[in-house]
Design a protein around this ligand. Structure first.
Ligand code: PRX
Length: 659
């Protein structure tokens, strides 16, 4: 953990927030869950989850024990139970006569559309399951998925789940290098990708990154299945590469789903931590699906018969896993999947989509809300958004101004906003208002969900009283908790369970207000949050120092009005390096290093600013004082630098920046 402290002054302002928005009587009366649910869960937390598991899922074999916590922090939920995720998301709805219900309204970037019913989706997943099996993918094998936001992404994930293969989705914005390290770490047997996607009306390639990732020998990949999405010519490795259409057309549409053990691994999803290497977060089947389905129903008040739900997250992030693929489909929802960006071909694209499909539940990130706010309220005002009845927010703290704008400009001043706190590791929502119960406060995620034991503690792990701040922890195991870090159980223990012995430490700072409501204050470790994307300072530092010009690098997340944080890097160049010279030398160096980070990790990790400095501020024990760099990056006077090994360093940096 770094020496950064919780941002106290920001909280003082939040505490002055007195606005509250109680649910309307009409909403509350027909809400999926009511106030009593908290008491029910409090009375017997474990029994509560057993009830949710049986209510929301169809088990092939019932479980005999709800929770086995005999070997913490390694939890087993729904012991002895067997369940198939794909059967729950698909077949059972068709068997219940809902085959004609729309599962996915797909809106392609160029404007092409597709309406996919539950019957259609089930058939596609059955074909894909047969196809993957025919390619030698067996239960427990890993499948890397590197796809745009197209229906095939959902089909691939569910086909893997159906046959018990473990998917590892890699965000399409990550580079070949990032993809390679994830393929290698998971030892994937199959990669599913696309020729490419579209960005701002133009084809944007994906397959070349897969080719590059697999260019060196030593990997475990046997086949690459390529969805023909943007129909561009791509290089082809005969024998290894296969066309999605051919593979699926020749596969049988019949496939029987068998139940997998409740603790059978469902997927690995890599996320950035405080060290250079991304962690493969492992989620298993029964507990994960239970909490996804329960939260998707309770927090969004989903009415599957009438709602049209749209979560704007990409499938490459956990939000796309839990609230595009698993939660909504297990609940039989109708949802929108959109391939493109919010401003292409115009800044009203999202609202056009809401109007077109009559979206009633919208789930997005504060960074998007702030961007739209900047574009102006007159843009959403041109569309009929009256279908909207619940709004969700996720990924970073939402500032009260953005919250109020969201409620007014998008929610017609009536739709409740649910600010949902959770993480890749938690698998599903942990802290959020319940829209028919909680009087919401702009900027606060407020209350732990029923059955979830979240607390805010001080340095010693003691619960803080109302009105105080500290660290967010989870005191009791929860169904969708990560089970381990793929291949590294020790790292799992160290990272999450050692700061406060026996308690899950989330890495977030938080405060309780006078009512005991929780306000998230951002990360207290070296993890940054840029546009709701999680990035590691150390990972970007490693990328920078892997360039021959760079001797040392320090990266900080500087506050940014729109993106939450922006990546700012401080680098020391190697004296002996063959550096560009001349007037534009610094610009050339900075451009080269930005491109290099893009190549190592992906465009999202490119620093907004790179500052070339003569030295970095370090403590006497050699630790970089990122806090001081953050002050500089955010335009503040770093103040007291006396703990530094060389107290004049900050002066040198400041002078250098002025020149
Ligand atoms: O800092 C918290 C922030 O996002 C982190 C988790 O990032 P990731 O694993 O990528 O998952 C994002 C989507 C669930 C958390 O540690 N975060 C997430 N939601 C919120 C949030 N911070 C404040 N308020 C939220 N609602």
């Amino acid at each position: 953990m770094s020496n950064e402290t919780v941002r106290g002054d920001a909280f003082e302002n939040l505490l002055r927030e007195e606005r509250q928005f109680a649910p309307s009587q009409e909403f509350a009366a027909v809400a999926n869950v009511h106030e009593e649910i908290y008491a029910e869960a409090n009375a017997d937390r474990v029994a509560f989850w057993a009830e949710q598991a049986r209510k929301h899922l169809t088990w092939s074999k019932d479980f005999t024990q709800t929770l086995d916590w005999s070997n913490p922090p390694f939890a087993k939920w729904f012991v002895g139970g067997e369940v198939n995720a794909a059967y729950n998301a698909l077949d059972r709805h068709v068997e219940a006569g809902l085959g004609d219900r729309v599962a996915i309204h797909f809106e392609g970037e160029p404007g092409d559309t597709e309406t996919i019913t539950y019957a259609d989706l089930t058939e596609r997943v059955k074909r894909a399951a047969n196809a993957f099996e025919a390619l030698g993918v067996a239960k427990g094998d890993r499948v890397a998925v590197y796809l745009p936001m197209i229906p095939e992404a959902v089909v691939t994930m569910l086909a893997c789940a159906r046959i018990g293969a473990i998917h590892s989705v890699v965000f399409g914005g990550f580079s070949a290098e990032a993809l390679r390290s994830r393929i290698d770490d998971a030892e994937a047997k199959l990669v599913v990708t696309a020729d490419g996607t579209f960005r701002r009306g133009k084809p944007s390639p994906l397959k070349p990154a897969v080719d590059e990732a697999l260019s060196e020998s030593g990997h475990t990949v046997e086949h690459v299945v390529v969805v023909e999405r943007n129909k561009q010519d791509v290089a082809w490795t005969e024998g290894r590469d296969l066309r999605w259409s051919e593979v699926m057309d020749s596969a049988s549409p019949e496939h029987t789903a068998v139940g997998h053990d409740a603790e059978h691994p469902l997927y690995i999803l890599y996320t950035s931590g405080t060290t250079g290497r991304p962690k493969g977060i492992l989620h298993t089947t029964g507990g994960y699906l239970t909490q996804c389905a329960f939260t998707h129903s309770a927090v969004f008040d989903l009415k599957p018969e009438t709602d049209v739900y749209w979560c704007t997250a990409d499938i490459g992030w956990v939000t796309g896993h839990s609230y595009v693929t698993y939660g909504p489909l297990v609940n039989g929802a109708t949802q929108v999947i959109y391939e493109g960006t919010p401003d292409s071909p115009h800044q009203g694209r999202w609202w056009e989509i809401v109007q077109k499909y009559k979206v009633s539940i919208l789930y997005t990130a504060p960074t998007a809300i702030r961007t739209m706010m900047k574009w102006g309220s007159d843009i959403p005002a041109q569309y009929d958004l009256s279908s909207i009845r619940v709004l969700g927010s996720v990924g970073e703290p939402i500032n009260p101004e953005a919250w109020m704008w969201y409620r007014g400009a998008i929610g017609g001043n009536t739709a409740p906003i649910v600010d949902t706190w959770w993480q890749t590791e938690t698998g599903a929502i942990m802290v959020a208002p319940l829209p028919g119960v909680t009087a919401t406060k702009p900027g606060s995620a407020q209350v732990p969900l029923p059955g979830i034991a979240v607390d805010v503690v001080d340095e010693a792990g003691n619960s803080v009283p109302n009105g105080h701040g500290g660290f967010l922890v989870v005191r009791e195991p929860w169904p969708s908790m990560l089970r381990t870090i793929w291949g590294d159980p020790e790292r799992f223990k160290d990272t999450y369970w050692s700061r406060f012995e026996g308690t899950y430490f989330a890495g977030d700072g938080a405060k309780k207000d006078d009512d005991g409501d929780i306000w998230l204050l951002g990360r207290v470790d070296d993890v940054m949050n840029v546009s709701g994307h999680r990035l590691s300072t150390t990972e970007i530092e490693s990328a920078l120092v892997s360039h021959p010009w760079v001797a040392e690098a320090a990266v900080v997340g500087a506050a940014d009005e729109t993106t939450g944080q922006a990546v700012v890097a401080f680098v020391i160049l190697r004296g002996e390096a063959d550096l560009p010279t001349g007037e534009d030398a610094t610009d050339a160096i900075v451009q080269t290093l930005r491109t290099h980070v893009g190549h190592e990790i992906g465009p999202i990790a490119k620093p907004r600013h790179i500052l070339v400095v003569p030295e970095l501020p370090k403590t006497r024990s050699g630790k970089i004082m990122r806090r001081l760099l953050k002050d500089v990056a955010e335009g503040r006077d770093p103040g007291d630098a006396t703990t530094l090994a060389d107290p004049t360093v900050m002066q040198k940096i400041a002078e250098d920046l002025r020149n």
